[in-house]
Design a protein around this ligand. Structure first.
Ligand SMILES: *[C@@H]1O[C@H](CO)[C@@H](O)[C@H](O)[C@H]1NC(C)=O
Length: 276
């Protein structure tokens, strides 16, 4: 009796420890492949930390081994510090092919002391042109901050430190395709775009400051099982009152570009998803 009880406790310890490990189990060695840039992309601290670098010869990048179809993806990033003008750190989800879907974060560097731009976009069926840009309410090079994507059949939410900055609703009923069928991988790359990223190419990258380095940690992917979408929880509003208030705050004080307001870009009328 006693020994079987001990076995039971031992088993419980294994179960509990096992689930703790699984919930903080992200390991860059296990979950990601370094895809370009040779030794400019590195995984260290036993898989807990990843860095990408850019120099005059090349940038670098990585991608997830797995594909995801709906879920919540969190990653902490610490962006290129100092004079990062002309560098772009792209962090995104994407499927493949000409009709691919894509959910983008892109961080456009700046000269020392001037703000990064967080550029976002959503591609559906190969078509993007849905840019929104933001300043951040903190210096993204000083510490790690969490950038998240919640992807459900009803909507996509972009979050920064758990604060929603953008919601892209499923507009299939008004004729706007929504990413629902093509699984996506997670990608990130650090590259040079001083031909456009810095005020249309005005400011050039200062290569004497190279290599430029960005850091990643605490990756977490929570997959939503598709049959859970019939649950009442999924039918509820995308954000609670607090989330809606935060979203309004970000959009009011930090949004610097919204394609929906760019009338001269869409002379034949703004996209339908902007009209509601
Ligand atoms: C860089 O800083 C300038 C001056 O504050 C700002 O106008 C610009 O939007 C910033 N970001 C980029 C990527 O140029």
């Amino acid at each position: 009796m006693a020994s079987s009880r001990n076995e039971f406790y031992a088993l419980m310890v294994v179960v509990v420890v096992g689930s703790i490990v699984a919930s903080c189990g992200a390991n860059f060695n296990q979950d990601f492949d370094l895809t370009w840039g040779d030794q400019r992309a590195k995984i260290f601290n036993g898989g807990q930390l990843l860095s990408l670098s850019l120099d005059k010869v090349s940038g670098s990048g990585f991608q997830s081994k797995k594909e995801y179809l709906f879920g919540r993806i969190d990653m902490q990033l610490k962006l290129v510090a100092g004079n990062s003008a002309g560098t772009v750190t792209a962090y995104y989800l994407s499927s493949q092919g000409p009709t691919h879907d894509e959910i983008d974060f892109e961080f456009l560097g700046n000269v020392s002391g001037d703000p990064y731009i967080l550029h976002t976009n959503v591609f559906t069926q190969g078509q993007g042109n849905r840019e929104q840009q933001f300043y951040l309410w903190f210096d993204p090079t000083r510490n790690f901050h969490t950038y998240s994507i919640i992807w459900k059949p009803q909507h996509i939410i972009f979050l920064v430190d758990n604060i929603p900055i953008r919601v892209f609703k499923n507009g299939e009923t008004i004729g706007v395709p929504f990413p629902k069928k093509q699984p996506m991988r997670i990608y990130s790359s650090l590259w040079n775009a001083d031909d456009w990223a810095t005020r249309g190419g005005l400011v050039k990258t200062d290569w004497s400051k190279a290599p430029f380095t960005a850091y990643y940690r605490n990756f977490k992917a929570t997959e939503f099982s598709t049959n859970s979408f019939s649950d009442a929880a999924w039918q509820s509003n995308e954000l609670d009152a607090y989330g809606r208030r935060k979203l309004r705050w970000v959009q009011k004080y930090f949004m610097i570009y919204n394609y929906c307001n760019d009338l001269k870009r869409f002379p034949q009328g703004i996209p339908v998803e902007c009209r509601r």
